[in-house]
Design a protein around this ligand. Structure first.
Ligand SMILES: *Cc1c(COP(=O)(O)O)cnc(C)c1O
Length: 397
């Protein structure tokens, strides 16, 4: 059994805070601060440019990629880190489209994260030539997979409601129709067991600053199924994705395997923090994590529903159809969330009316859940949210 007391001790959490927003920005793993400091002082400071070789900076994106691969059921050598998730969405989608040149439709759903849809729109606009993004309701995705679809592009866990798509079934349906799949694991990696190889996924992408706790601005990752790695064209053909970057050839030749999805110079200091954050997972069994996440989520839902009749559950009630977050709708959700944050319970708000709570067993236990319920109940019962300060919208919600 995973020792969740031990994992909790690996994080720095400010005194008195119940942190229910690890689905948006994971907290600081204690060793990440030390590791980043070492990267700055011992590597950058002392080794200067020789650190690219001596400190293994050049291999860092695939070394870290391999560690993430183990958490998402990916084959070794099939994941590389770098850039931001939006950029990795673009790369994966472009590569997938190039594999179905006779088709024009990208199918996605209306629950997808806007940046994924924006990147798709931008890419399809550039391609012109009849390319089109089709978005349907999440529950209608399966019914819309047909032989016009080039790429099925979905985020496995809905960022607002936590609704979980059936990756295996949808991938099978897409393949039966001759389509390629791009899965976004932003709210899956580190949140629940994922089995990319078992599902037969083609491409996947995700970020590392949410459930993987890599820190603000931590690099994204991209997965290319080994069977595609020779044919997948990296739309963003930067020098570090070249077969031999230091040959400085004038012509681009895609690198070996997933390495070709690298673009430019990696964010070394940020990667150092991420590498330390991934150490936490050495002691974690994903099946244990999942059952613990369900246990805590069920406790939270039951408590909130028993004490706060004002809010409505918008996450699926069946825990097996949810990721690792719980969301409630409330008309004054933004103000209510500010009132909660002012009292040390940190979640977030997603327009138009969703109060979102990340359930992360690595550093949350029953006492945290109970405290969050108690404070939410006070905020609701005494209308503590109805204060002018709490209605003022900040840039980040
Ligand atoms: C968090 C998230 C993003 C954010 O993309 P960045 O480029 O890292 O800012 C994109 N897509 C999904 C599905 C997300 O959940």
């Amino acid at each position: 059994m995973t020792d969740f007391e031990a994992t909790r001790a690996m994080f720095y959490l400010p005194e008195g805070v119940v942190y229910l927003d690890g689905n948006s920005l994971g907290p600081l793993p204690r060793t990440a601060a030390e590791r980043a400091k070492a990267a700055v002082e011992r590597e950058w400071g002392e080794m200067l440019i020789t650190a690219w070789n001596k400190a293994g900076w050049m291999e860092q994106p695939s070394r870290i990629g391999n560690r993430i691969a183990r958490l998402i059921g990916a084959e070794s050598g099939s994941v590389v880190t770098g850039d931001t998730l939006s950029i990795k969405v673009y790369q994966a989608l472009a590569a997938a489209l190039a594999m179905r040149p006779d088709r024009r439709i990208v199918l996605s759903d209306k629950g997808n994260f806007p940046s994924d849809l924006y990147m798709a729109e931008g890419l399809l606009g550039q391609l012109g030539n009849g390319y089109r993004l089709k978005t349907v309701e999440p529950e209608d995705v399966a019914a819309n997979i047909d032989d016009s679809v080039a790429v099925l592009m979905l985020t496995e866990v809905d960022y607002r409601t936590g609704r979980l798509h059936d990756m295996k079934a949808l991938t099978r349906a897409a393949h039966a129709a001759g389509a390629i799949t791009v899965w976004d694991l932003a709210h899956s990696a580190g949140a629940l067991p994922v089995n990319l190889a078992g599902a037969g996924a083609d491409f996947a992408v995700g970020c590392t600053y949410k459930f993987l706790n890599g820190g603000p601005g931590a690099p994204a990752f991209i997965y290319v199924a080994p069977r595609h790695s020779k044919n997948a064209l990296p739309a963003l053909s930067g020098w570090l994705g070249h077969e031999a970057p230091f040959a400085f050839d004038l012509a681009y030749r895609a690198g070996r395997g997933v390495e070709r999805m690298r673009v430019g110079t990696p964010p070394v200091i940020q990667m150092a923090a991420l590498e330390a954050a991934l150490d936490v997972w050495g002691a974690v069994d994903m099946t244990d994590l999942r059952s613990r996440s369900i246990e805590l989520s069920e406790r939270f839902i039951a408590g909130v529903e028993a004490h706060c009749s004002e809010v409505q559950l918008v996450s699926p009630r069946d825990p097996h159809r949810r990721g690792s977050q719980v969301s409630f709708a409330f008309e004054n959700g933004y103000a209510a969330m500010q009132a909660l944050i002012a009292r040390g319970v940190i979640g977030d708000f997603r327009a138009p009316d969703i109060m979102r709570f990340g359930i992360t067993p690595l550093y949350l236990g029953e006492a945290d859940i109970d405290k969050a319920i108690e404070i939410l109940a006070e905020v609701m019962a005494d209308r503590l949210w109805d204060h002018p300060d709490y209605h003022r919208r900040a840039a980040v919600t």
